[in-house]
Design a protein around this ligand. Structure first.
Ligand code: CAA
Length: 257
């Protein structure tokens, strides 16, 4: 791997970003947040984007947290700026119009777990370790962990994790709903290939609308959210994708999206 802090590759419109600081277990420092923001500029401007996968370089860590050596000397005001930067970057990742998947290939701690939580779902290798150990450093999660973790796994389990700082393995992460699937590390690449092909085979606007309905709907009351779904469902019938998708079914052929 080169010296780029974020490596980028692509298959079938799925962009794979690899956080590349393996000597520091891919810990997120300011330079890395800048590199991620630059990648987001490109992803947000890419109309052909079908999905994003984010992972860590090496076979030991996804991301072992925000960079402790950089945070060590921060004043309270600087810490607020650092947190705001991390939060804004992760919000942009979360708001990408396509599915964003964390491919957790090892330690996924602190800011790393927060990065995974900003993704639409996570898939983990069986050696992955998760946790929000910030309290052991005398701080709390600063990139959204106290808010996205309870929304993902429920408040009681989130409180357990953020107040004890205990680490959990991939199987426990699966059981509590922090990850969707667990597999041997060697199978992660095949997972990405499968995901890329699945997304490439679906109506691109339909995939974007499905994500929008879930995300925007969760921020509304149920009746408003159901009305939003009805609007997006109707909108699908105003475009070409619905004619191609349903036409292909009736003609017994593969749709060409
Ligand atoms: N920040 C900076 N450097 C880190 C790091 C981090 N979060 N995590 C690991 N590293 C560095 C280590 O300092 C070490 O560097 P050197 O070789 O230069 O000494 C290198 O990565 C390898 O790490 P270890 O030697 O510690 O590896 P290990 O296998 O013995 O332990 C580990 C692995 C359990 C993940 C351990 O590195 C660890 O506990 N890391 C810190 C995890 C953590 O507390 N994360 C939360 C950070 S706070 C945060 O993220 C705040 C927020 O919400 C924004």
């Amino acid at each position: 791997m080169s010296d780029n802090l974020i490596e980028r590759s692509e298959r079938h419109g799925l962009v794979c970003l690899t956080v590349n600081r393996p000597k520091a277990l891919n810990a997120l420092n300011s330079a890395l947040l800048d590199a991620l923001a630059a990648e987001l500029d490109a992803l947000e401007a890419d109309p052909g984007l079908r999905g994003v996968v984010i992972t860590g370089a090496g076979d030991k860590a996804f991301v072992a947290g925000a960079d402790i050596t950089e945070m060590r000397e921060l004043s309270a005001a600087q810490a607020r700026d650092f947190a705001q930067r991390g939060l804004a970057t992760l919000k942009r990742l979360e708001r990408l119009p396509v599915p964003v998947v964390a491919l957790v290939n090892g330690f996924c701690l602190g800011g790393g777990c927060e990065l995974a939580l900003a993704c639409d779902w996570a898939v983990a290798s069986d050696n992955a370790i998760f946790g929000q150990p910030e309290v052991a450093l005398g701080v709390i999660p600063g990139f959204g962990g106290t808010q996205r973790l309870p929304r993902r796994v429920g408040p009681a389990m989130a409180l357990d994790l953020v107040t004890t700082g205990r680490k959990i393995d991939a199987q426990e992460a699966l059981r509590i709903g922090l990850v969707n699937q667990v597999m041997p590390q060697a199978e992660l690449d095949a997972y990405v290939e499968r995901l890329a092909k699945q997304l490439a085979g679906n109506g691109p606007q339909a995939v974007r609308s499905a994500k929008q309905a879930v995300h925007d709907g969760l921020e509304q009351d149920l009746d408003s959210a159901l009305a939003l779904e009805a609007s997006l469902f109707a909108l699908a019938f105003a475009g070409d994708e619905q004619r191609e998708g349903m036409g292909a079914f009736v003609d017994k052929r593969k749709p060409n999206f």
